[in-house]
Design a protein around this ligand. Structure first.
Ligand SMILES: Nc1nc2c(ncn2[C@@H]2O[C@H](COP(=O)(O)OP(=O)(O)OP(=O)(O)O)[C@@H](O)[C@H]2O)c(=O)[nH]1
Length: 740
């Protein structure tokens, strides 16, 4: 298998950066030509130059990160910037930082994230009327497309209060096409609730988000939802947390009954039962003794829980060995310790839809998930000296530092920039420094968001998640900070788009509107790219999946009133190096002055798939001045933006057994490779397979037709692999036809 965009470069002696036109790799076909698209004129990301070329005089904000040092001198921050344009009263905290919880709710599609969030808003007093996802009235799913489709597309941020604690919640989408939304939420959150559907257990997208949460070290609580559904099984889900996620579950609740008979939970911490008297909204619960038939089981699980937590405290362990159980307060303290250090994940259960288990879940958020003070200081670098690490403590007294993690266009305010404040304070009307660009930004309004409504506030403090209106140049992933104390916080990773379609405005009048729309949408969503080829008058949009691009086109239509024709989706092929090759180039330039001469040798070697690329300089004895080397590296990185590998997603199809043969036959005909079979409750079969992405377009309709709508599937990109020779030939022929 070939490496994914991997490139090991060695022995450059000197490189003319225009050398990027020469593509000294062993591959001969350009990837975009494979697809019937012409190679793009420049880089595929949104840059000022490509866009001004594209859209003439349209005002744009660049999505490319500029180096601070090259810009800072032109826009050097003035000393009289005021980050603290606020009175002492404004800057007073109403909620101590230790009582903040910045949490996300994450899960596989349809596990009940939005429903749970709606219940949380209701029980915390934020909503008087509950919104139901299937009625299209959920508060958090506020985009028209979300309400129509019953899915979450954008992360909605909301602030609410429980037991005097301030809880900032971000509801994230479960569909793999919107995985970036999950990623950016995780980057700025301190803790998360991981929801599972108790019938389906741990599903593929839960595994993906779990790994993302691991990457950012986010402490979690698990909530096994939908305990009222036919086939609900708490214990199977608990086991899958071990087998599929490799995590250590700490069961702190047991279900009382299940399916129609689900009544409530046993709280192993209090050693009591919590029983709801009804399932309607606001149904009351009573705390009672554990039912007799569950007492033995409860005792067992409580003993296991205690055994697991006492190891976090010597005194508690000593007492335990002497037969003395920790009291309730100590148990909570130890669960909190183990959760925050990610030694285990507390597991709870309930039914959000039937209003059971939500209040104890809120208690657990407060009791077990970290406040900003429980986490290590935020690290960043000095923009003038990127090697130097700077830390910011979570405190109002530190210089202001925050990370922009989402841009959203808003019909009333214009553009909203969501910022997680890590340190210091920020006042409306003040100036901050965008440390990545070295530019000042004026903060117009500060808005505390509640799904689609908002409250103006004067001040944002450490720990807050806040929306800022009026920023001009800041994009997702950039740091805003006190101009006198610059810091660049670690950036977020954005995945590369995997599919693309050509899009064409229907009328002349749509051309300008489409340009404005595409720029705005690309600013909001770094996993969406677009490019324009003037020669063949074609615009290409690129994204994470068919649904992602479908939503983009739909938003162009609704929000920007653009009518467009859309082509068939195509795979974003990539190029890779499959064997070692060496390229020599002699550069001579004699146009007056001293002239230039360079003898260049670059060696390319394949690396392990997915390991990115490595640049190695083998210049000895200063034969080439050191300052040329980063330029060589940059030039080579630019060459890497194209590639010719096919994307291979893993596909999980869940189907009734009677359709299993058809499903497998169809996957085989799509060049699929079946990895495994499994069973799910209700006589369902699970087929796990690896299929080329190019064969998966419109799969949803084929699957529906074949199984009378009874099967479902999920897929996510597993890897890139070499396009088989006969397909390469087909693609090349197609390209020649387009070019002719
Ligand atoms: N029976 C039952 N249904 C539930 C429960 N929680 C949610 N649902 C239903 O499951 C479906 C999906 O719920 P959502 O809350 O939209 O799930 P989600 O995880 O937000 O979905 P996405 O945003 O699309 O990823 C809806 O029809 C809900 O009414 C539950 O506890 N029991």
């Amino acid at each position: 298998m070939a490496a994914e965009s991997s490139l090991r470069v060695a022995t450059p002696t000197l490189c003319n950066l225009n050398g990027s036109q020469r593509r000294p790799t062993t591959t001969t076909l350009s990837p975009l030509r494979f697809m019937g698209f012409r190679p793009r004129p420049s880089s595929h990301s949104l840059t000022s130059s490509s866009l001004s070329h594209f859209f003439g005089s349209t005002r744009i904000h660049s999505n490319s990160s500029s180096s601070y040092s090259s810009i800072s001198r032109q826009h050097a921050p003035r000393r009289n910037f005021s980050v603290f344009a606020m009175s002492a009263d404004d800057a007073k905290r109403s909620v101590p930082l230790k009582d903040y919880r910045n949490i996300g709710i994450m899960a596989h599609i349809d596990a009940g994230k939005t429903t749970t969030t709606e219940r949380i808003l209701y029980y915390t007093g934020r909503n008087y009327k509950i919104g139901e996802v299937h009625e299209g009235t959920a508060t958090m799913d506020w985009m028209e497309q979300e309400q129509e489709r019953g899915i979450t597309i954008t992360s909605a941020a909301t602030t609410t209060f429980w037991n005097k604690h301030r809880i900032n919640i971000i509801d994230t989408p479960g569909h793999v096409d919107f995985t970036l939304e999950v990623e950016r939420a995780l980057r700025v959150l301190d803790g998360a609730i991981c929801l599972f559907d108790s019938v389906a257990g741990v599903e593929p997208q839960s595994e993906t988000v779990w790994r993302q949460a691991d990457k950012y070290g986010v402490p979690r609580i698990c909530f096994v939802n939908k305990m009222d559904r036919l086939g609900a099984n708490f214990y199977r889900t608990r086991d899958m947390i071990v087998t599929n996620l490799g995590a250590k579950p700490l069961v702190i609740q047991l279900p009382i009954g299940s399916e129609d008979n689900f009544k409530g939970v046993i709280d192993l911490v209090r050693n009591k039962a919590i029983v709801w008297s009804g399932e309607e909204l606001g149904a009351k619960f009573d705390i009672v003794d554990i039912p007799e038939d569950l007492q033995e089981q409860a005792q067992d699980y409580r003993a296991q829980m205690i055994e697991n937590i006492v190891e976090f405290d010597d005194q508690a362990m000593e007492n335990y060995l002497e037969g003395i159980e920790p009291d309730e307060e100590t148990i909570k303290k130890l669960i909190r310790k183990g959760t925050i250090s990610a030694s285990f994940v507390p597991v709870m259960c309930g039914s959000a839809f039937k209003n059971k288990g939500v209040q104890p879940l809120l208690d657990a958020v407060v009791d077990y998930l970290p406040s900003p003070l429980d986490l290590p200081a935020m690290k960043g670098s000095d923009p003038e000296n990127p090697e130097a690490t700077i830390e910011r403590l979570a405190s109002d007294d530190e210089p202001f530092a925050g990370l922009a993690f989402k841009i959203m266009s808003d019909p009333f305010v214009g553009s909203l920039t969501f910022v997680r404040v890590y340190a210091g304070k920020l006042g409306a009307g003040s100036y901050v420094l965008n440390a990545n660009k070295g530019k000042k930004e004026r903060i117009g309004r500060l808005l505390e968001m509640h799904a689609n409504s908002r409250d103006d506030v004067k001040v944002a403090l450490a720990g807050d998640i806040i929306a800022l209106a009026g920023l001009k140049d800041t994009i997702t992933g950039e740091t805003l900070c006190d101009p006198d104390n610059p810091i660049v916080l670690e950036r977020m990773d954005f995945p590369d788009p995997v599919i693309k379609v050509a899009i064409e405005p229907k009328t002349k009048a749509d051309v300008d509107k489409m340009a404005t729309g595409l720029i705005k949408l690309a600013q909001e969503d770094p996993s969406f790219h677009f490019s324009r080829d003037e020669e063949i008058n074609q615009t290409v949009i690129e994204g994470m999946g068919e649904l992602h691009l479908e939503i983009i086109v739909d938003r162009l239509k609704r929000e920007f009133k653009v009518e467009a024709n859309v082509g068939a989706p195509q795979v974003n092929y990539r190029e890779s190096i499959s064997k070692i090759s060496e390229v020599k180039y002699v550069h001579k330039k004699q146009s007056g002055g001293q002239g230039q001469f360079a003898d260049i040798t670059v060696r390319f070697e394949p690396m392990d798939p997915g390991s990115g690329y490595e640049f190695k300089s083998e210049i000895k004895g200063g034969a080439v001045p050191r300052e040329y080397i980063p330029g060589v590296m940059k030039g080579l990185e630019e060459c890497m933006s194209n590639g010719v590998l096919a994307g291979f997603p893993v596909v999980e199809v869940v189907t009734p057994e009677e359709h299993l043969g058809d499903v497998i036959g169809d996957l085989n005909s799509r060049r699929g490779q079946i990895n495994s079979f499994g069973d799910k409750p209700g006589g369902l079969k699970v087929v796990d397979s690896l299929v080329p992405l190019a064969e998966m377009f419109q799969y949803v309709s084929t699957l529906r037709g074949m199984t009378k709508g009874r099967a479902s599937y999920t897929m996510q990109l597993a890897m890139f692999d070499v396009v088989p020779q006969h397909i390469q030939n087909q693609l090349a022929t197609k390209e020649q036809e387009v070019a002719a």
